[in-house]
Design a binder for this molecule. Structure first.
Ligand code: ATP
Length: 178
């Protein structure tokens, strides 16, 4: 666990723009109505990793319709980030299994797409270790939506964590005594 505070709105927008640039053959849309920055207690790299796994999959499993829709929304105590594709989709039977380590839906077909079946199990472990949730909505032939929710920090909680981080940093790097 960490007392790192991550600005989620900014991170979502950054990863979204990176993917848009890397995959010019795709149409990317982002639905973000959140007015001000929102903070979550999570390592920035961990959240970035989760978003990359979901977006990489959305790209990998969309062969015909190259469209990806992302959304960022605020609940009373959570943020919700969703990644939607209009690709091959996942059957109900497979929806529970895709989070298992090394599980891949179509072994022969997905072999030439690369990957080990680890991405989603890592994403789930990360999200849950920060008291969040990850879920799927999908229909074969129509596409999938992967949704993650994470608890947000209120101003007081954020302030406290930031103070702690400053103190720890000071302990690690004492002022030189000239
Ligand atoms: P990697 O280890 O590189 O992430 P992977 O994509 O096979 O490889 P996971 O991300 O864990 O591994 O996904 C597991 C399986 O779930 C995939 O092999 C694929 O069959 C299915 N899957 C994941 N995301 C999607 C998606 N957006 N649409 C359709 N199927 C998906």
């Amino acid at each position: 666990y960490t007392n790192e505070v991550t600005a989620v709105k900014e991170l979502v927008n950054q990863v979204f723009n990176d993917f848009k640039m890397i995959h010019p053959d795709f149409t990317f849309t982002l639905d973000d109505d959140v007015k001000r920055e929102t903070y979550v207690q999570i390592y920035r790299n961990h959240l970035e990793q989760v978003l990359i796994i979901l977006l990489d999959n959305a790209v990998k499993y969309s062969v015909n319709r190259k469209e990806i829709h992302m959304s960022f929304a605020l609940g009373s105590r959570n943020v919700e980030i969703a990644v939607q594709d209009f690709g091959e989709g996942i059957s109900r039977d497979n929806m529970d299994r895709v989070f298992n380590r090394f599980y891949r839906v179509d072994k022969a077909r997905s072999r030439n797409k690369g990957g080990n079946g680890l991405g989603l199990s890592i994403a789930q472990r990360l999200v849950e270790s920060y008291h969040g949730q990850i879920s799927i909505e999908s229909a074969v032939g129509h596409g999938s939506v992967f949704r993650i929710t994470l608890p947000i920090l209120n101003d007081k909680e954020r302030h406290k964590l930031e103070q702690q981080a400053i103190k720890e940093h000071a302990k690690k790097s004492p002022k030189p005594s000239i």
